[in-house]
Design a protein around this ligand. Structure first.
Ligand code: NAD
Length: 253
């Protein structure tokens, strides 16, 4: 329970003013205000369906088909989504030089669409706005894959090496992207304040990054509608919507 005199916006502002090397760590919760459902909120995606893990995708043609069916069913929502107040606040902190980078678990590309240069976004769970061959890495655009999938109903294969084509995301059981994790760890070790925005902080190794930052002396701020697994080690916890708290704090810095 938060004290009734607690002013979340002012508390966030104080941390923002004090820090000079902020790293933002975002999860699905930052994009719910853009209309993309998260996984673990009540009514989130996993209250409706079980995730398909990487070994199932590799082993079974039916799992691959199901994975593409789900992707194409959810894709119109992701494509229609626009960056919201929380994304724009992140962009503005980076543009001002107070923040150095964003580590995101999100796969929706909304930070880039909110104007953050690619070099400052570290995607630790990949990106769902395109696909690639798991064997040779060739990139495929979703529209082309959808056309083939709807025509013959088979999961797509690489035109060059016949490898399996998958959205460029990291599924459960799949190896983390080495270069993105290296950059994320460097960012976590280099920051003086890490701000978590909209993550339940239960998915590892990503959730280890705020722990790393905190152990290395950074302040840890968590802004999330519900309690998270790392609230106990945070310097500030705000249980509220991101736009109205973090967004408002950045806008009035
Ligand atoms: P999660 O679903 O586990 O947790 C999201 C958290 O955000 C919840 O605790 C919820 O209370 C909070 N939340 C929701 N809306 C909020 C708001 N407006 N303001 C403040 N808090 C809010 O998500 P996660 O921790 O990111 O981890 C799970 C995985 O979900 C990640 O790997 C990510 O790839 C994937 N995912 C991504 C998207 C996306 O790219 N938009 C969407 C769904 C899931």
């Amino acid at each position: 329970m938060q004290d009734e005199n607690f002013d979340p916006i002012e508390s966030i502002r104080q941390h923002l003013r004090y820090a000079s090397r902020i790293v933002l760590f975002t999860g699905a919760g930052i994009s719910t205000e853009s209309g993309i459902p998260d996984f673990r909120s009540p009514g989130g995606i996993w209250s409706r369906m079980k995730p398909i893990d990487f070994s199932d995708f590799m082993r079974s043609e039916e799992s691959r088909r199901e994975s593409w069916r789900r992707k194409f069913a959810s894709d119109p929502v992701m494509r229609a989504a626009k960056p919201n107040r929380g994304h724009l606040a992140c962009t503005s902190l980076l543009a001002s030089g107070r923040a150095t980078s964003i580590i995101t678990q999100n796969i929706d590309g909304l930070h880039q669409r909110a104007g953050v240069p690619e070099a400052q976004v570290i995607e630790v769970h990949g990106n769902a706005t395109y696909a690639h061959c798991l064997s040779c890495g060739t990139r495929y655009e979703l529209d082309a894959i959808k056309e083939i999938f709807e025509r013959d109903g088979n999961a797509p294969r690489c035109r060059w090496c016949d490898g399996l084509v998958k959205t460029a995301t990291i599924s459960f059981g799949q190896a983390m992207p080495v270069e993105a994790m290296r950059r994320a760890e460097k960012a976590a070790l280099g920051c003086d304040c890490m701000i978590v925005l909209g993550s339940s902080l239960v998915v590892y190794p990503a959730a280890g990054l705020p722990v790393l930052a905190k152990r290395n002396g950074a302040a840890l701020i968590i802004i999330n509608r519900e309690p998270t697994a790392l609230d106990d080690i945070a310097d500030l916890v705000v249980n509220a919507g991101i736009g109205d708290t973090f967004g408002a704090a950045v806008e009035t810095l």
